[in-house]
Design a protein around this ligand. Structure first.
Ligand code: NAD
Length: 264
């Protein structure tokens, strides 16, 4: 089969269900001929991810909880045995206690701060290091971020601080891995109703606000984020690394509420 991704093999981390951003990216890559491996987090998600993987002819790469070194190592060891190399990697993983995705950032507990940073930030570095040894012919690593890294968004709180650190990690990793021909980029997606997003306080209000005030006057879909992801994971973006690219209907350029925006 032809396509932009023909001959490329990639690992997708972060599919929970068919609303996941990682699923949008997986579909775009598979449609262009990529061969995929998909991890799931825990037994509860195995039932969802199995049939989805089958839909794309993807390999189920097993359980992976990024807080457990053993499960991360097992996934990469499995890929080493199955493929011997890796061309691309999608990191679409974040977590914070939903109690703290509401109210004030200043109330953040040390425990949840550390857990949020571990799962949502350190995990990218941990998997990039393991991917490096498999990306013997160069490669592309993509993560997902949000505008709450750059500007204060209501209720995003500790996750905004984590995304700022994640975006800085993209730049440091881009330099560390650039010499091996491995590129590292992020897509900053506009708000999309997913399982993770449902933990954020007043998420419906955020969706409406973006719909009324973004230049395109609508929110984005996982398919649109998927196609932008395809650009970063394919050779089309071979000259690009360390980038944070907004796929948000242009919301990030707007400085103020639209004059004609309805009340929410
Ligand atoms: P989702 O709930 O579909 O995906 C989140 C994934 O993180 C799940 O697959 C979950 O299993 C995984 N995960 C959480 N803790 C983990 C752990 N300890 N080990 C392994 N995996 C773990 O939600 P989504 O919105 O598709 O989220 C994907 C990424 O996109 C996240 O980084 C999120 O912050 C980012 N993002 C989302 C939006 C949005 O509005 N939905 C906007 C911008 C960025």
């Amino acid at each position: 089969a032809g396509g932009l991704m023909a001959g490329k093999r990639g690992l997708i981390m972060g599919v929970a269900n068919n609303r996941s951003i990682a699923w949008g990216i997986a579909k775009s890559c598979a449609n262009q001929g990529a061969e995929l491996a998909i991890t799931y987090q825990g037994e509860a998600f195995r039932k969802r991810v199995g049939p989805l993987a089958e839909e794309l002819g993807a390999h189920v790469a097993g359980h992976c909880d990024v807080t457990e070194n053993e499960s991360v190592d097992a996934v990469f060891e499995g890929l080493r045995q199955k493929w011997g190399k890796l061309d691309f990697l999608v990191h679409a993983i974040a977590f914070s206690d939903k109690e703290e995705l509401d109210g004030r950032y200043v109330e953040t507990s040390r425990e949840n701060f550390q857990r949020t940073m571990d799962i949502s930030v350190y995990s990218l570095t941990a998997i990039a290091k393991r991917a490096e040894s498999l990306m013997t012919e160069g490669g592309s690593i993509l993560t997902l971020t949000y505008y709450g890294a750059e500007k204060v968004m209501p209720h995003y709180n500790v996750m905004g601080v984590a995304k700022a650190a994640l975006e800085a990690s993209v730049r440091y990793l881009a330099v560390d891995l650039g010499g091996s021909g491995i590129r590292v980029n992020a897509v900053s997606a506009g708000p999309i109703k997913t399982l993770a997003a449902s933990g954020i306080g007043d998420f419906r209000y955020i969706l409406k606000w973006n719909e009324y005030n973004s230049p395109l006057k609508r929110t984005v879909t996982i398919e649109e984020v998927g196609d932008a992801g395809l650009y970063f994971l394919s050779d089309l973006s071979r000259g690009v690394t360390g980038e944070v690219h907004h796929v948000d209907s242009g919301y990030h350029v707007v400085g103020m509420k639209a004059v004609d925006a309805p009340d929410i």
